[in-house]
Design a protein around this ligand. Structure first.
Ligand code: AKG
Ligand code: FE2
Length: 325
C-alpha cells in the first residue's frame, strides 16, 4: 500500500452526504500508513500559492532581518530558526533547514499565557515583510477549518458521533511552520537530512509542499515511500495524539525529508500542526477499547502529552525552548 489519495468532495460540511464513504477511506489510510493526500479540501489554491510566494520572500531576507525575530527571543515558540537549529533524529546530524514558526496570537491576559503553557503567546513578524502577518492569519484560519472537519471525519471513522472531538477545540495550539531546505549536499553521508526521522506530536498535520518532493514516509512494512507532490492536494498525517486517542488503532508514522529531487534548488514546504486545547483530555475512545480490556494508554491532557514528548526528545522541561516536531 502506498500513500492513498482521498477526495473530500461532498464531505466538507457537517452531516454531508459523502461523509460516511470518506470516513471509511480515512479509516483504511489511518490504520495503514497514517499518511494520505486530500484533494478538493476547500482551501483555495490561490491562498496556498500566495503563501508560498511569501515563504520564498521571507527566507530571501538578509539573515540579520530574520535573526531579529529569532525563536530564542520568544517565550512562546514563535519566530525564526536558523539552519541546523533543530535535530529531529537524535542519531543524525542537525537538520538542513531554516524555519519560521507562527500560530494563533494569544493575548497576555489569556489564562493559558498566564499559566505559561508552551507555545501560547504572541507572534513575531519580520519588519521587512509587513504583509506576512495577515497572510499567515488567513492561511491558519483556512487550515484550522479543514483540520476541524478532518477531526469530525476521524470521529465518524471511529464509529463515534461526528462532533465527538469538537469540545477539544476551545483554545487550540495551532502552529504554522514555514520551511526552506537547501539542496542536499553532494556526497553527504547517510546521517544527513533536511529533516531527520520523526513523528509529529499533535493530532493532525496538513502539509503543503512545493513541486520538488523530498518527503519520505515510513510504511508499516518498514519501507520508505516518497510522498511525491500531487497537484492541488495536501499531505495529511496523524500526530502521536491520535494513537493515544485510538488505543493504537491509528498510526502516527515516522517521516523524514531529503531535498534530493530539486535539481539543486531549495525546497519549500508549509506544515500546519493542529493540536487541540492544552487542557483537553486525551482518553482512549470507547470504540477502540474492546470490552474487558485495559486501554494501552493512561488518560492524559494534551499538555501532559506534549510535555512528555519534549522531555523524551530534548531532555528539556516544556518551559525551555524546544522545537515542535
Ligand atoms: O517538509 C516536509 O515535507 C515535512 C516537514 C515535517 O515533517 C515537519 O516539520 O514536521
Ligand atoms: Fe513532521
Amino acid at each position: 500500500m502506498g500513500i492513498p489519495l482521498i477526495d473530500l468532495t461532498g464531505a466538507l460540511q457537517f452531516g454531508a452526504a459523502r461523509s460516511a464513504a470518506v470516513a471509511a477511506e480515512l479509516r483504511r489510510a489511518c490504520m495503514g500508513p497514517g499518511f494520505f493526500y486530500v484533494r478538493n479540501h476547500g482551501v483555495p489554491q490561490e491562498l496556498i500559492a500566495r503563501q508560498f510566494a511569501l515563504v520564498q520572500q521571507f527566507f530571501d531576507l538578509p539573515l540579520a532581518g530574520k535573526e531579529a525575530i529569532s525563536l530564542h527571543k520568544s517565550p512562546s515558540m514563535r519566530g525564526y530558526e536558523s539552519l541546523g537549529g533543530q535535530t529531529l533524529d537524535a542519531g543524525a546530524r542537525p537538520d538542513l533547514k531554516e524555519s519560521f514558526y507562527c500560530g494563533l496570537d494569544y493575548a497576555a491576559d489569556h489564562p493559558y499565557v498566564q499559566r505559561g503553557y508552551h507555545s501560547y503567546g504572541r507572534n513575531q513578524w519580520p519588519a521587512e515583510l509587513p504583509e506576512l502577518g495577515d497572510q499567515c492569519r488567513t492561511y491558519i484560519a483556512a487550515m484550522q477549518q479543514l483540520a476541524l472537519r478532518l477531526m469530525q471525519l476521524l470521529a465518524l471513522s471511529l464509529h463515534l458521533p461526528e462532533d465527538y472531538f469538537d469540545h477539544t477545540h476551545a483554545s487550540p495550539m495551532l502552529t504554522l511552520r514555514l520551511l526552506r531546505y537547501p539542496p542536499h549536499p553532494e556526497g553527504a553521508d547517510a546521517l544527513t537530512f533536511g529533516a531527520g526521522e520523526h513523528t509529529d506530536w499533535g493530532a493532525i498535520t496538513l502539509l503543503a509542499q512545493d513541486r520538488h518532493g523530498g518527503l519520505e514516509v515510513k510504511l508499516p512494512s518498514g519501507e520508505w515511500a516518497a510522498a511525491t507532490p500531487v497537484e492541488g492536494a495536501l499531505v495529511v498525517n496523524l500526530g502521536d495524539m491520535i494513537p493515544r486517542w485510538t488505543n493504537g488503532l491509528y498510526r502516527s508514522n515516522p517521516h523524514r525529508v531529503r531535498n534530493v529531487h530539486s535539481g539543486g534548488a531549495p525546497r519549500h514546504s508549509i506544515p500546519f500542526f493542529y493540536t487541540p486545547d492544552y487542557e483537553a483530555q486525551v482518553v482512549p475512545v470507547p470504540t477502540c477499547v474492546p470490552a474487558g480490556e485495559v486501554p494501552r494508554y493512561e488518560p492524559c491532557t494534551v499538555g501532559e502529552h506534549l510535555q512528555a514528548m519534549y522531555r523524551k526528545t530534548y531532555g528539556l522541561s516544556d518551559s525551555k525552548q524546544a522545537a515542535m516536531a
